[in-house]
Design a protein. Structure first.
Ligand code: UTP
Length: 234
């Protein structure tokens, strides 16, 4: 069975109390797990950022702030597990080894952060490499990768396919700007490049898009791969 690792941003799962995309994700994942072995990595979103800001205002060190961020990602992971019910392995796994073991049960395996100093983008890329995933998906709050931040630069180009080397170039350029908000972190991009795992960046508010891509090959976001035409349908 082919393996898919999906990184779901916290801002996508639980943007606010009133509006969330959990039900849509449960229904998409119910579809996907019929044909693929599925791993989900949940981000911390605004909640993690709030805790980290409070830590900084108190002069608490960055490592401790990261630990709090990881706890929030695990809360989101447990929320997704609870929403998935029987479809999910019942506990939040906390290491890559545990994730591999949990996958033997044939359920969706869900995790959050692992270690201070990185983000769940990096976690999902390492996990994809360790389980030899056929596809890594980053479901985020923007719909694709652009040449620049489209909210600040109206001439930003939207990419439907790029190579891993292009992705690294775009991130490096974006990193130079103050207050940049990169869509994918550099560690994740480097792992995508070395592992050669196709990497799909998509609008996490529309989880049905990934179901359609896997099934019919019509993908709406940005596909990062050396041979993008060969990736979908998976
Ligand atoms: P996220 O992956 O959600 O970070 O982890 P992010 O940059 O806010 O990503 P988006 O916007 O949701 O996509 C939340 C925080 O948890 C800590 C970091 O402080 C991160 O900013 N964290 C997470 C770690 O230290 N290690 C991890 O493995 C994961």
């Amino acid at each position: 069975m082919k393996k898919v690792v999906i990184s779901v941003g916290g801002s996508v799962l639980v943007p606010t109390l009133e509006s969330h995309h959990l039900s849509a994700w449960v229904s998409a994942l119910r579809d996907i797990v019929k044909d693929y072995s599925v791993f989900c990595v949940c981000g911390g979103g605004g909640e993690a950022r709030r805790y980290i800001s409070v830590c900084r205002s108190l002069g608490i060190d960055e490592g401790t702030a990261d630990e709090l961020g990881i706890m929030v990602t695990r809360i989101n992971a447990f929320l997704l597990i609870s929403a998935l019910g029987d479809l999910a392995y019942p506990s939040v796994v906390t290491s890559y080894c545990e994730a591999k073991e949990a996958a033997l049960h044939g359920k969706i395996v869900v995790m959050g952060g692992v270690t201070p100093g990185q983000t769940t983008d990096a976690v999902s890329a390492v996990l994809a490499e360790e389980v030899r995933a056929d596809l890594l998906v980053n479901a985020t709050a923007v719909d694709a990768i652009y040449s620049a931040d489209p909210r600040k630069d109206s001439s930003a180009e939207r990419y439907s396919t790029i190579t891993p080397a292009d992705l690294i170039r775009i991130i490096m350029k974006e990193r130079m700007g103050a207050g940049s908000n990169m869509i994918v972190d550099l560690v994740a991009a480097k792992i995508v490049e070395r592992s050669r795992i196709p990497f799909a960046v998509m609008d996490g508010r529309k989880p049905e898009d990934i179901v359609l891509a896997l099934r019919n090959g019509n993908f709406n976001g940005t596909l990062v791969a050396e041979r993008p035409e060969k990736v979908f349908p998976l």
